[in-house]
Design a binder for this molecule. Structure first.
Ligand code: UDP
Length: 483
């Protein structure tokens, strides 16, 4: 039997790289030979994933290609996500990414894999795939609901709303979803310019691709899986939630980068709290929070009198109100993590019952897998759509309020009272909401178990790409015979 070989090309943003690394582990667990293509300075971020496949038939392999922005006459730029923190650097990074195409294609030509699973931010892999008659599968990091809603919003030339803050109904989708114009991507904004070009190329490349691997599961958004396949008519396989492949403490501890808190200290603190009594607040890897917003959050958490874990970036320490940390430490109800949190480890702890989230798709799924109820506080990207899924479709969370899409991923403007209200609602969540969250947690677990919906869809996918390759080979033989 020939081995099925899948090549992954991840993009360096944490929200894309972490799930793709988990996907590679998942494929390896199914006997597929997997190669992650990466650059010298990013390679170490996959070490943990490789370790997770140590007992499988094929361990994940890394193939390292040089990132030669300088040699291509482009301004120098790092491919370390922690260093790409301005529009200027992001623009340089996107300019430099196509320099990977040549070494990438050299590897593909030599290894002739069954398929390329490419991040959406490498649109040129469409050409590479066509050149070698290999299917290009896109990974765009979001779910079916967001894909369906955004597709519909893009299609609507004129939104039926008289002002930016008047809600309009998104037509032609399975639920009545209301959004406002100010919650949609601000495509004309100056700050979004760099990104807009990249997004357009990504969307065009996605339409030309063989299909998508989606980090989701059928039972989470069944109407939207069907809508995507039957109405939008694209091939897509739901293979998630991929974070469930992290089973033990060690796996959960280091995803993306090293945790900033000593694990026993974190677990000891969590162990000391009653079930469902802690709210965890973290806005993913990209969101920036203004000083005034941090201040409001601190006031709200203190006044709410709940147990909480609050993750802040290292450079934000000074904006916490004077004496706040000391008071929380004395009371014992607050844990502040400065830097990177072991998010899945925290969410999976039984004392955590609430999650204040920016609704990045990975965070939403990780919250679903842990059965927590959520305060949905979207800021940009697909987050407003994901928030609607949580609050209006799944009904496992509440909205922080009437926010506005920020082209620079800046969180600002929500007052203490609104935060307090949302915290009180989720931490005192009615039985219905908590039960719905618990049921989804069980369904997520079942989906990835043998014969579960995601397990089966992954089987279908693997069969599909195997057949694709054998048909291509047959055609090659037929052409050669006719020569
Ligand atoms: N994450 C983490 N620790 C942190 C912050 C983020 O482990 O302190 C992980 C989180 O579990 C998720 C990913 O980083 O897997 C962030 O992805 P998401 O889609 O939620 O948000 P983004 O960073 O893309 O906005």
């Amino acid at each position: 039997m020939t081995t099925c070989h899948v090549v992954f090309l991840p993009f360096i943003a944490y929200g894309h790289m972490i799930p793709m690394a988990d996907m590679a582990v998942l494929f390896a667990s199914r006997g597929v030979k997997t190669t992650i293509i990466t650059t010298p300075s990013t390679a170490h971020r996959f070490t943990k994933s490789i370790q997770k496949t140590i007992n499988y038939t094929h361990q994940i392999e890394l193939h390292i290609i040089e990132f030669k922005a300088g040699e291509a006459g482009l301004p120098p730029v790092s491919d370390n996500p922690d260093q790409v923190d301005s529009d200027e650097l992001l623009s340089r990074l996107f300019q430099a990414l196509p320099t990977l195409q040549e070494p990438f294609e050299q590897f593909i030509e030599k290894s002739q894999p069954n398929c390329i699973i490419s991040d959406m931010f490498f649109p040129w892999t469409t050409e590479s795939a066509a050149k070698f008659s290999i299917p290009r599968i896109v990974f765009n990091g979001t779910g079916f609901f967001a894909m369906c809603v955004s597709q519909e919003v893009m299609r609507l030339h004129k939104l039926n709303a008289s002002s930016d803050s008047e809600p309009f109904v998104v037509s032609n989708i399975p639920h009545e979803i209301k959004l406002t114009r100010k919650q949609l991507p601000q495509l004309e904004s100056e700050e979004f310019k760099v990104f807009l070009k990249v997004i357009i190329q990504a969307v065009e490349a996605e339409a030309k691709s063989y299909g998508l691997n989606v980090n989701s599961f059928y039972e989470l958004e069944p109407e939207y899986v069907r809508h995507y396949r039957e109405v939008i008519k694209r091939k897509a396989w739901h293979i998630g939630p991929v974070s469930i492949c992290n089973k033990n403490v060690d796996d959960k501890l280091e995803r993306g980068k090293k945790s900033s808190i000593y694990e026993p200290e974190c677990l000891k603190w969590l162990d000391s709290k009653p079930p469902n009594s802690v709210i965890y607040r973290r806005f993913g890897s990209l969101v920036k929070v203004t000083s005034s917003q941090l201040y409001e959050i601190a006031l709200a958490l203190e006044a709410s009198n709940v147990n909480f874990i609050w993750v802040i970036k290292n450079d934000q320490e000074t904006t916490i109100p004077e004496g706040f940390e000391a008071r929380m430490a004395a009371k014992g109800n607050g844990l502040i993590i400065k830097g990177w949190a072991p998010q899945v480890l925290i969410l999976d702890h039984e004392s955590v019952g609430g999650f204040m989230t920016h609704c990045g798709w990975n965070s939403v799924l990780e919250g679903v897998c842990s059965g927590v109820v959520m305060v949905a506080w979207p800021i940009m990207a697909d987050q407003f759509y994901n928030a609607k899924l949580v609050t209006d479709v799944l009904q496992t969370g509440v909205s922080i309020g009437d926010g506005e899409w920020s082209p620079i991923s800046m969180c600002d403007g929500v007052k203490q009272e609104a935060i307090e209200r949302a915290v009180a609602t989720v931490m005192g969540a009615d039985e219905g909401m908590r039960m719905r969250a618990q049921k989804l947690k069980e369904k997520a677990k079942t989906a990835v178990e043998e014969s579960g919906s995601s397990y089966s869809d992954l089987t279908t996918f693997i069969e599909d790409i195997k057949v694709f390759k054998s048909e291509v080979n047959e055609k090659k033989v037929a052409v050669a015979d006719n020569l």
